[in-house]
Design a protein around this ligand. Structure first.
Ligand SMILES: *Cc1c(COP(=O)(O)O)cnc(C)c1O
Length: 408
């Protein structure tokens, strides 16, 4: 007989996963059992500082009291209606999210990949109905090294062979250009182009920040050529970079904004396509949908997330503590760190490959009580909850210094 979970050690639980769980992940060997704020605790009661924050899904920390309260209140009233009926939470969620982002209309979905898929469908529909592209000829221009999710269509335009190989045939209609290269974009966009789809900062690629002027250039180019600019802010958005949206650093408002991760407050999957009315207005009843999209529990949590962001507190913290993170990392350059890119509370740190792979560094940091995740090669990503204190951040940087020094 299988022992009850509370009697099973971390090692037991890791071994138990092996035969029954698909091997599509390679987690660090830590089994988290509870969490609060910036801290998680494993089965044996060891505590770790969470410097990944669910890839930005936990921007407000684990179990933020206001979000947990909103979820509890909603759980006691109504959780799901489907969109066959209205529910009394959805209007407020859409109103406040549109207001927060400076756009007009919201299409609520669940996961990030669904928001991306929905954005692609909306852009194609817009190209045919509004722009006048001949049927089935629409193209969407994307960037190399992108990460937009895991569906068949999305991996069709990935340049990561591990994500793609073995999953064809792929969806046509995408053109891939180098990131941060306006000339290449200029050449790729033509009269068939429905949209340019980009991450304002490429998270999975290693927190790659384009040159200043690139996003404003994309905005100018797409407007001049008459196609849409879709910004995938699923990881970069909602406070992470020190602004509500990463595009704000260049004063850019995209035509279509894709949100996810932190929008669900680390409680439920909530994503959204937010856009100008001329764009989302192309959808009519029956053309798109989702059983769970816009459910009252998601809307209640999403509204509470927007409410937290309306205070500006988290954006401010990310900007201020981002300086602490930046300065701390700058001190490590030449001492195990070969380079880094940081904006707000988000950094890609390149570690000297002689010291270890990103995976090895992550495992050593885990043993120091700090959880991070490698992106690829010898790059690790730091993305703590925006609720982290300066002291906690300094202690994480101290652990990184130890790991780099101890190994060097
Ligand atoms: C995580 C992520 C996605 C996909 O979100 P899921 O919820 O995992 O489907 C899409 N785009 C970006 C930029 C992401 O970081």
């Amino acid at each position: 007989m299988t022992a009850p979970a509370h009697e099973r050690t971390s090692d037991d639980l890791i071994k138990a996963e092996e035969p029954v769980l698909a091997h599509n992940y390679h987690p660090l060997p830590v089994v988290v059992a509870r969490a609060e704020g910036t801290w998680v605790e494993d089965v044996e009661g060891r505590r770790y500082l969470d410097m990944l924050a669910g890839y930005s899904a936990l921007n407000f920390g684990h179990r933020h009291p206001a979000l947990i309260e909103a979820a509890h209140r909603q759980l006691d009233r109504l959780t799901l209606t489907s969109r066959a009926f209205h529910n009394d939470r959805l209007a407020e969620f859409a109103e406040r999210l549109a207001e927060l982002t400076g756009l007009d209309m919201v299409l609520p979905m669940n996961t990030g990949a669904e928001a991306v898929e929905s954005g692609i469908k909306v852009a194609r529909k817009w190209a045919y109905d509004v722009k006048g592209v001949p049927a089935d000829q629409a193209t969407i221009v994307v960037a190399a090294e992108n990460f937009h999710g895991r569906t068949t269509t999305i991996v069709s335009f990935s340049t990561d062979e591990t994500a793609r190989a073995g999953f064809g045939p792929f969806t046509p209609g995408f053109r891939i250009v180098p990131y941060n290269d306006l000339a290449a974009l200029e050449e790729a966009v033509d009269e068939t182009t429905a949209a340019v789809l980009l991450e304002p900062i490429q998270g999975e690629a290693g927190v790659v920040i384009p040159d200043e002027g690139y996003l404003a250039g994309v905005r100018e180019l797409t407007r001049r050529k008459g196609c849409l600019f879709i910004a995938d802010e699923i990881q970069s958005g909602l406070g992470r970079t020190g602004r509500t949206l990463a595009v704000e650093h260049e004063g850019v408002v995209p035509d279509v904004l894709l949100l996810g991760k932190a929008l669900g407050g680390g409680i439920v999957p909530v994503s959204a396509v937010v856009a100008r009315r001329e764009v989302l207005g192309v959808l009519h009843p029956g053309e798109h949908g989702s059983t769970f999209g816009g459910n009252p529990l998601a809307a209640a949590v999403g509204t509470a997330v927007v409410e937290l962001l309306e205070t500006g507190e988290f954006q401010r913290r990310a900007a201020e503590l981002g300086q602490v993170l930046h300065d701390g990392l700058a001190e490590l350059v030449g001492r195990g760190v070969t380079g880094f890119r940081a904006r707000g509370l988000w950094a890609g740190v390149d570690v000297d490959p002689a010291i270890g792979t990103g995976r090895e560094i992550s495992e050593r940091l885990m043993r120091e009580g700090v959880l991070v995740k490698d992106t690829h090669g010898s790059t690790i990503r730091l993305a703590p909850p925006l609720t982290i204190t300066a002291e906690e951040l300094r202690s994480a940087l101290g652990a990184l210094e130890n790991v780099l020094g101890a190994a060097g």
